[in-house]
Design a protein around this ligand. Sequence first.
Ligand SMILES: Cc1cc2nc3c(=O)[nH]c(=O)nc-3n(C[C@H](O)[C@H](O)[C@H](O)COP(=O)(O)O)c2cc1C
Length: 376
Amino acid sequence: MAYASALPDTRETCVVSHLDPGPDGPYPVPMSVDCLNSLPFSQNKPWLAPLAGYSDLPFRLLCREFGAAVAVTEMVSAKGLVYGGKSTDELLATCPQDQPLVVQLFGSDPEFLARGVDICRERGFSWFDLNAGCPVKKVTKTGSGAALLVDPERLVDAVSAVCERAGPGRAGVKTRLGWDRNERVMPGLGPRLEQAGAAWITLHPRFGKQGFSGEASWGHLKELADVVSVPVIASGDLFTAEDGVRCVRETGVATVMFARGALADPRIFTRYTLLLSGETLMEGAPNPHDLSEVIRRHVALMREHGNEHRALLATRTIIPRYVRSMPGVRALRNRLTYCKSWRDLDKELDAFLFSGLESNGNFPIVNTTDLPAEDI
Ligand SMILES: Cc1cc2nc3c(=O)[nH]c(=O)nc-3n(C[C@H](O)[C@H](O)[C@H](O)COP(=O)(O)O)c2cc1C
């Protein structure tokens, strides 16, 4: 099912205000971007999920190169925006190729959320999402994220504040089934979120209390899609391209949002769209040459869009992530900590990728189910 988006499907070139660099340096926001007047909501346009600590600019660009149609920032604190702060600004780093981009805000106070949207709009951002699903204590103890589900009236007010300030069709909400299994609020609350202005609803069909345990119950995605007229985006246990295709076919949702599946292998977007269009995918273990290209491209984007020294440090966690279930990862992780230059890193990567392959020249299959839910 392809959804017409909330606004007409026309493109316009709009000028994003050039920003006052401020005391903490320039916000890397483009001076001019080709803004989409609408977001794509169709099954062959998969989204990249918000991933705190991971969906930064380089990773978003990487996923876009592999076919992510829309990307969402890491969650950004509305209060952090209002009070200002370098780390909040860093989360909003973007560039002209990073479009369309949805900024995800978290907070529990509708007033702060509204002001957060205003600040982002002044900086040239057009699309917003309210985080009403994060189960992490640091977030929920302030009444934000999945804790909003404990008080549905507050959630509706928060959605309303974000959507009103964002403008018609410009904001959505990402949520779960409820906080606790005994108090399920979704899909029942869906129509109220729509009335409050949500132009799309992303549902991760687990309860807040569950964290990432158990299974995502995709059946509730279909139930939600049946009671709202805005697009429903599926999130939850989409570890492979095959999961994505199965999910849209079983539930009829507008599209899917890849999270841990994209962290394990950003090529999931290409594989998903190919599979959806009826292509047969190559089965089997990942090819070391392809994997090496993905890793090197990710590293190159980090160097291009970040601070060189921090990029070098970040590779110590990024590289092991792509090869996490292969033999020798622990030793690799250790050796990477001694890399002081890009040349050292290159050597380590080559030594790891191209030695110790299986007799067929491939790596063993990566297990994507044990990815970092615990890290958020
Ligand atoms: C490391 C990590 C960080 C996440 N950060 C966010 C976030 O900032 N905002 C949000 O709404 N969800 C966040 N999520 C949840 C994902 O967007 C997604 O809903 C969830 O992982 C379920 O999808 P999956 O099972 O296919 O991974 C995060 C998940 C992980 C694993």
